[in-house]
Design a protein around this ligand. Sequence first.
Ligand SMILES: *[C@@H]1O[C@H](CO)[C@@H](O)[C@H](O)[C@H]1NC(C)=O
Ligand SMILES: *[C@@H]1O[C@H](CO)[C@@H](O)[C@H](O)[C@H]1NC(C)=O
Ligand SMILES: *[C@@H]1O[C@H](CO)[C@@H](O)[C@H](O)[C@H]1NC(C)=O
Ligand SMILES: *[C@@H]1O[C@H](CO)[C@@H](O)[C@H](O)[C@H]1NC(C)=O
Ligand SMILES: *[C@@H]1O[C@H](CO)[C@@H](O)[C@H](O)[C@H]1NC(C)=O
Ligand SMILES: *[C@@H]1O[C@H](CO)[C@@H](O)[C@H](O)[C@H]1NC(C)=O
Ligand SMILES: *[C@@H]1O[C@H](CO)[C@@H](O)[C@H](O)[C@H]1NC(C)=O
Ligand SMILES: *[C@@H]1O[C@H](CO)[C@@H](O)[C@H](O)[C@H]1NC(C)=O
Ligand SMILES: *[C@@H]1O[C@H](CO)[C@@H](O)[C@H](O)[C@H]1NC(C)=O
Length: 233
Amino acid sequence: MAIRPVGPLVLLLLLLLALAWARKAAGAVREQKRREGTEEQVVGEVGGEVILTCRNASWPAVQVDWFHGEPGAIPILFSSDGKLPSDARFSLVGNSSLHISGLRLEDEGNYTCKETLNATASLHRIQLLIASGPGQVNVNIYPTTALLNGTLYAKRHDILNFTCTSDSFPTPTTKWDFNQSMSLQEPFTEVNDTLGYFVLYNISPRYQGNYSCLVTNPLSGRRQTVTRELLIY
Ligand SMILES: *[C@@H]1O[C@H](CO)[C@@H](O)[C@H](O)[C@H]1NC(C)=O
Ligand SMILES: *[C@@H]1O[C@H](CO)[C@@H](O)[C@H](O)[C@H]1NC(C)=O
Ligand SMILES: *[C@@H]1O[C@H](CO)[C@@H](O)[C@H](O)[C@H]1NC(C)=O
Ligand SMILES: *[C@@H]1O[C@H](CO)[C@@H](O)[C@H](O)[C@H]1NC(C)=O
Ligand SMILES: *[C@@H]1O[C@H](CO)[C@@H](O)[C@H](O)[C@H]1NC(C)=O
Ligand SMILES: *[C@@H]1O[C@H](CO)[C@@H](O)[C@H](O)[C@H]1NC(C)=O
Ligand SMILES: *[C@@H]1O[C@H](CO)[C@@H](O)[C@H](O)[C@H]1NC(C)=O
Ligand SMILES: *[C@@H]1O[C@H](CO)[C@@H](O)[C@H](O)[C@H]1NC(C)=O
Ligand SMILES: *[C@@H]1O[C@H](CO)[C@@H](O)[C@H](O)[C@H]1NC(C)=O
């Protein structure tokens, strides 16, 4: 049996078919990815409130259902159809957006809104991240004695330990700053930790000045600063 050479026209046809198939496959994959991932991130703070918007909700005459997680696996959290949530912190705004007040860390997660219009449903996913703090910023310079006005004083030649701790979720950045009235500000190293500390040996009057601990929540950007004046005698 002789193998007939394939004509250039057939080759071109095959190439076009392959291209069309490849494009279709790529499109299908893209669609899949878009539907699986969360399309939006929203940051809330413990004790605060947040509004999650069902982006695609058209108005009027649509039904919007909210889920904490994926629809199907998890019961409806809130529905514009009249289903009320068990938790009074949840409410519906403008018949489509989910309002959550008194935010807690447990509220973190992925929320899905399902908009049903003409028997077709579309989904929109929002990832809610919850930040807490920084709070309880505790600055300690040891060993020192406090004056009545809160200024600390240390003895010449002592070894001083400067510590700064705080409460924050997620882990904050903690940074010490040194400000002297007559000189430039000197920033110390920054750490991604709830504890930041450094030690000064053989302390002398040139270390006299204002020491500040700056704690920043990476998610909310909220910052707390505590300053202590240190004098050396
Ligand atoms: C929420 O979605 C994001 C991105 O799609 C994913 O990384 C994360 O694990 C999900 N979180 C939960 C609690 O399912
Ligand atoms: C919410 O839905 C109700 C009943 O379907 C309607 O009367 C009302 O106008 C809607 N409100 C908004 C803000 O869309
Ligand atoms: C929904 O159905 C109505 C009436 O059948 C039609 O006028 C409208 O265009 C449809 N909307 C969409 C988004 O398909
Ligand atoms: C939802 O909105 C996005 C952005 O406006 C749009 O690209 C997408 O097609 C909409 N999805 C549906 C199902 O309407
Ligand atoms: C606190 O008191 C000390 C000693 O009297 C003084 O040197 C210092 O400037 C005072 N600090 C502030 C912030 O008032
Ligand atoms: C300084 O304080 C920190 C935090 O309490 C501690 O881990 C560190 O060992 C102390 N360093 C010195 C030299 O005392
Ligand atoms: C330190 O001094 C600089 C410049 O004088 C000032 O901008 C900054 O606010 C001071 N920082 C603190 C923590 O006091
Ligand atoms: C702290 O974390 C941030 C974000 O992950 C990173 O960009 C930065 O380099 C970290 N800083 C230190 C001092 O590790
Ligand atoms: C610390 O800051 C206060 C207020 O800004 C300033 O009056 C004082 O002189 C500073 N102390 C030193 C030692 O630089």
